[in-house]
Design a protein around this ligand. Structure first.
Ligand SMILES: Nc1nc2c(ncn2[C@@H]2O[C@H](COP(=O)(O)OP(=O)(O)OP(=O)(O)O)[C@@H](O)[C@H]2O)c(=O)[nH]1
Ligand SMILES: [Mg+2]
Length: 202
């Protein structure tokens, strides 16, 4: 649910990075934070445990191009992937405008990916949302590691719902796929809000 300030002509969108523990959600935001100039982003807030696992969420505000005279701002959030933090995941999804599912490509994490995707569906349903309608992309992360499943297999397992969505290979620690993922999702969100979008135009 976008938040529009008509007086200031600013429109805010909320994007949530979802996925199993250790998949690389926080690493995505860290890379975005590192790459964008100060003018285009605020401070990154991370609420983590001592061993850097996300405890509540990470938050990074990013401003993008103007569309039809509106300044567009994207608030990037991650959820804590560890299964015991479901209440927090549900809260973070509140008012979501777009979702990135960050999957861990390693063979031995397949079960966790499937469980997390199911959990995402369940939690969205509580807000009367679902992956068939909400702007949504998938990132197959950790492609640099040796024991990863082939993309076709991951697509078959994780991306064959009622609609097949854009999917990207990622290595979040080096930045591979990070901006492809973010830019595609933000375009989908803008398209949904404004219809035909000509960025930069007013
Ligand atoms: N080799 C490799 N390591 C990665 C990649 N992405 C993230 N990592 C590492 O994997 C670990 C977990 O990454 P995080 O970004 O903290 O994972 P997360 O999804 O936020 O995990 P939770 O907060 O527990 O849900 C960290 O040590 C990262 O440096 C990747 O693409 N390749
Ligand atoms: Mg995290």
């Amino acid at each position: 649910m976008s938040i529009i300030n008509y007086a200031a002509k600013v429109i805010n969108f909320k994007l949530v990075y979802y996925g199993p523990g250790m998949a690389g959600k926080t690493a995505n935001l860290q890379f975005v934070h590192r790459c964008l100039p100060d003018d285009n982003r605020g401070n990154m807030i991370s609420l983590a445990t001592g061993d850097d696992r996300t405890l509540f969420f990470d938050f990074l505000p990013v401003s993008a191009t103007s569309v039809r005279g509106f300044t567009t701002k994207f608030q990037l959030y991650t959820v804590p992937g560890q299964s015991r933090y479901n209440m927090t995941r549900k809260l973070v999804l509140r008012g979501v405008d777009g979702v990135v599912f960050v999957a861990d490509s390693q063979w031995d994490r397949l079960k966790e990916n499937v469980e997390s995707l199911r959990n995402l569906n369940d939690n969205l349903r509580e807000y009367r949302l679902d992956l068939a309608t909400v702007p949504y992309v998938v990132q197959y992360n950790k492609r640099d590691l040796p024991d990863v499943a082939p993309i076709d297999y991951l697509e078959y397992t994780l991306n064959r719902g009622t609609r097949r969505v854009p999917a990207f290979e990622g290595v979040a620690v080096t930045g591979k796929g990070v901006f492809d993922t973010l830019n595609t999702l933000s375009r989908m969100v803008l398209l949904r809000e404004f219809g035909q979008v000509q960025e930069g135009a007013s």
